[in-house]
Design a protein around this ligand. Structure first.
Ligand code: COI
Length: 361
């Protein structure tokens, strides 16, 4: 398979129309898109084009059976204005793990990385300058056979779109522990970034929002006992000075931000444990005054403090953000690594290394 990527520049950049001080999440799209198609058993026609809509046959398989996966990652600018990516190869590998679970072809990591680097280099003017904002990157793969039978597609489309974004959750989030619906079962697709996981979560999330919450806190599917993750993030608690996050049961997303937070916290000397915490233990900690913090970690959300968690008739209201030492430390560290304010000793923040002549703006 050739790794050549053809590039067609937009003649009509929209970057000057963007108010970078007021960025909604996920509604503004940058000038270019990276696309490759899979047919005859290999990835072909890799190209960067002006951002455009796709034409899809009504029988396109992804639309019917959800054979679709995605990633979420971010680019930021270093203090000297250079575009940087956060742990991009980790995202490429997780993408392929999702592809394997959904019976989709691997995307060669080299193609993923080259397309990504060229695209971000080309659209680097779209990276918001301020810390806490970023260029959100959405690699996606969809099954494109035009066929209504149920079997793995022979054709796929891979694309990467990007959008400048501000914070996903502008304020601390209020969660309700879900006691009726489940997100994932053991042996299911919960560990993959499968589009359908998010579709199945929409009704419970909407019901939670209708009752005044921002998101649900998922419990395990068998006993409704073990805490899993929250809507769009992995979840962490600080109980009596110890930082706890649920282990990767096979039902929760293997978060890159989760992994980063675990390493940063343990290297900073925090007592950190991946522990199968139950909702009853959380309530007990709240009642005996040892539940000090709760926060979510994810690419879009970075680190978002959790203000309240409802479970049945208990409403756990957590201490104010001014008292959140751990969540604030981890948020500031990850934001600081991305912006270059903190020196990256981990090798996670990697410069965009394919210099592509930026679009004429
Ligand atoms: C991410 O954090 O990148 C996600 O994919 C979560 C989401 C906005 C669906």
């Amino acid at each position: 398979m050739s790794m050549d990527i053809t590039i067609t520049h937009t003649k009509n950049s929209k970057v000057h129309d963007v108010d970078f001080e007021n960025l909604p999440f996920g509604r503004i799209f940058s000038d270019h898109i990276f696309v490759a198609d899979y047919y005859d058993g290999e990835w072909q026609d890799a190209r960067i084009e002006p951002f455009h809509k796709f034409q899809l046959h009504p029988a396109t398989m992804a639309l019917h059976y959800g054979q679709a996966i995605f990633e979420g990652m971010k680019a930021s600018k270093s203090f000297d204005g250079k575009p940087m990516l956060f742990r991009p190869e980790d995202h490429a590998h997780r993408f392929n793990a999702s592809a394997a679970r959904l019976c989709m072809p691997d995307i060669p990591v080299k193609l993923f990385m080259t397309g990504l680097n060229k695209l971000v280099s080309l659209d680097q003017a779209w990276i918001p300058p301020q810390e806490g904002s970023a260029l959100y990157i959405r690699p996606t793969m969809i099954a494109t056979d035009e066929f209504i039978g149920v079997k793995p597609s022979q054709h796929y489309k891979f694309f990467i779109l990007t959008c400048p974004v501000g914070p996903y959750y502008p304020k601390p989030v209020k969660l309700v522990a879900e006691t009726k619906y489940v997100r994932a079962v053991l042996g299911g697709t919960g560990e993959a970034k499968a589009a359908g996981n998010y579709a199945g979560a929409m009704l419970p999330s909407k019901l939670a929002q209708d009752s005044g919450f921002d998101q649900v806190l998922w419990l395990d599917a068998k006993e409704f006992k073990y805490i899993q993750e929250c809507g769009t993030m992995n979840v962490f608690f600080v109980i009596n000075g110890k930082v706890i996050t649920p282990p990767l049961y096979g039902t929760i997303l293997n978060g890159v931000t989760r992994r980063s937070a675990l390493q940063i916290l343990s290297e900073a000397g925090y007592d950190v444990e991946e522990y199968p915490i139950t909702i009853d233990e959380l309530v007990a900690a709240y009642k005996n005054g040892t539940l000090q913090e709760a926060f979510g970690a994810g690419t879009a959300a970075v680190v978002s403090h959790i203000s309240d968690i409802a479970y049945k008739d208990v409403m756990m209201t957590l201490p104010p953000v001014s008292q959140r030492k751990v969540g604030s430390f981890i948020k500031s560290t990850i934001d600081g690594l991305r912006s270059g304010r903190i020196t990256d000793t981990y090798g996670w923040v990697v410069p965009v290394n394919e210099i592509v002549e930026a679009a004429v703006v």
